[in-house]
Design a protein around this ligand. Structure first.
Ligand SMILES: Cc1ncc(COP(=O)(O)O)c(C=O)c1O
Length: 383
């Protein structure tokens, strides 16, 4: 059967293969083997050594590739390992334009690790197309965006940026962790590479670390596969299986979390202790129109700024249903303090300029009962 003809939800549930063809196992098997036996000299089953290829990892790669409209996906042990692999596509003096508001670990990777190898990075507001154009120089090779961005939910126009990339022969890389292919498919909007922290919505249960690179370009795909095998930050077979299992319910989890998030964002907006709410599903959000054009939803990530920073320790200590923890995208609601957690590695001047300050909190809304979530927030914001 041509899996491409099936709908998103059906592919998510069945995976690429629809189970194991040999035994009929509905759940795709975990091939927990580091190596594979050869029938004879110069013959292989297609699998030699699990760093290079493993059937369970291949299944999750093929499944995600179908969901993202790619020609192939490559699975890594974490999201930053996937980003790191992409940076290995470039050489000393190459210049990359990067969204200035983005996950702190991505910032650290460019600033503290790959700068040593001569990769140049400019952090710009990629929601401003003119700013992007002005930052392109003769060494620019790629644009790397998060949309919506972490933590301020800035929206960048994927189609417009891909047009800029085509004119200047640049690669467009989109971190699609926040919206997932269920809501946004950057490759269909002109991007060349999609990145995921599979740790988040794809896994969905806060129990696995994973990362993916998906592409629709043959040359990029074979280079990323070489980088994966050579550097070795591959996804284990068990973790591949956990992601396959998570993806089965992706659409249902994303829908339910988004339904909760819309209600919570509106509640936060109405609360007098809150100064500002950043959620792309609010029609007063600056990126609302562009997001609505390029995605079929808004996701479940909300940031908000309290009026008085003294409230922060009280909120973080007294929430009971929502856990104070780093990460996002799981069934459990989590609240994060970007200032000291996910974005602490970003220099203070840039954090101040962006507004990633001591009053900002980020909420990853889960799929719990909405009344319990609202009661939890009301208890710390109204008492
Ligand atoms: C948008 C985004 N991309 C990438 C990463 C890195 O993923 P991982 O923690 O799986 O390495 C994160 C982590 O929070 C993230 O939020």
């Amino acid at each position: 059967m041509n899996e491409k003809k099936l709908s998103f939800e059906t592919i998510s549930v069945r995976g690429y293969s629809g189970g194991d063809k040999v035994t009929g196992s509905i759940s795709y098997p975990i091939y927990q083997s580091s190596t594979f036996k050869h029938p004879e000299l110069n013959k292989s089953t297609g699998y030699d050594y699990s760093r290079t290829n493993n059937p369970t990892r291949e299944e999750v790669e093929r499944t995600l590739s179908l969901l993202e409209n790619g020609i192939g996906a490559v699975a890594f042990s974490t999201g930053v390992a996937a980003i790191s692999a992409c940076i290995h596509l470039f050489k000393p003096n190459d210049h990359i334009i990067i969204s200035e508001d983005l996950y702190g670990g991505t910032f650290r990777l460019f600033k503290d690790i790959y700068s040593i190898f001569g990769i140049k990075a400019s952090f710009v507001d990629t929601s401003n197309l003119n700013g992007i154009k002005e930052s392109i120089n003769e060494n620019t090779k790629a644009i790397f965006i998060e949309t919506p961005s972490n933590p301020l939910m800035r929206v960048s126009d994927i189609k417009e940026i891909s047009t800029i990339c085509k004119v200047s022969n640049l690669i467009l890389i989109v971190d699609n962790t926040f919206l997932t292919p269920y809501l946004q498919r950057p490759l269909s909007l002109g991007a060349d590479i999609v990145i995921h922290s599979g740790t988040k919505f794809l896994g969905g249960h806060n129990d696995v670390l994973a990362g993916f690179v998906v592409t629709n370009n043959d040359t990029i795909l074979s280079k990323i596969r070489l980088i994966q095998n050579s550097i070795g930050a591959t996804l284990s077979s068990f973790d591949s299986w956990l992601i396959l299992r998570g993806i089965k319910t992706l659409h249902i989890r994303v829908e339910k979390a988004q339904e909760n998030a819309i209600i919570i964002a509106k509640y936060l907006e109405s609360n007098p202790n809150i100064e500002k709410v950043y959620y792309v599903g609010l029609d007063n959000h600056i990126g609302y129109n562009i997001n609505s054009k390029q995605a079929t939803g808004y996701g479940s990530m909300i940031s908000f700024r309290v009026k008085d920073k003294k409230l922060i320790p009280y909120i973080l200590k007294n929430l009971k249903v929502i856990s104070f923890a780093e990460s996002l995208g799981g069934v459990e609601s989590l609240i994060t303090y970007p200032f000291t957690q996910t974005h602490s590695e970003i220099p203070k001047e840039l954090r101040d300029k962006l507004g990633v300050d001591e009053k900002l909190l980020r909420l990853s809304v889960g799929i719990e009962n909405i009344k319990d979530l609202l009661d939890d927030l009301k208890r710390v914001l109204e008492d």
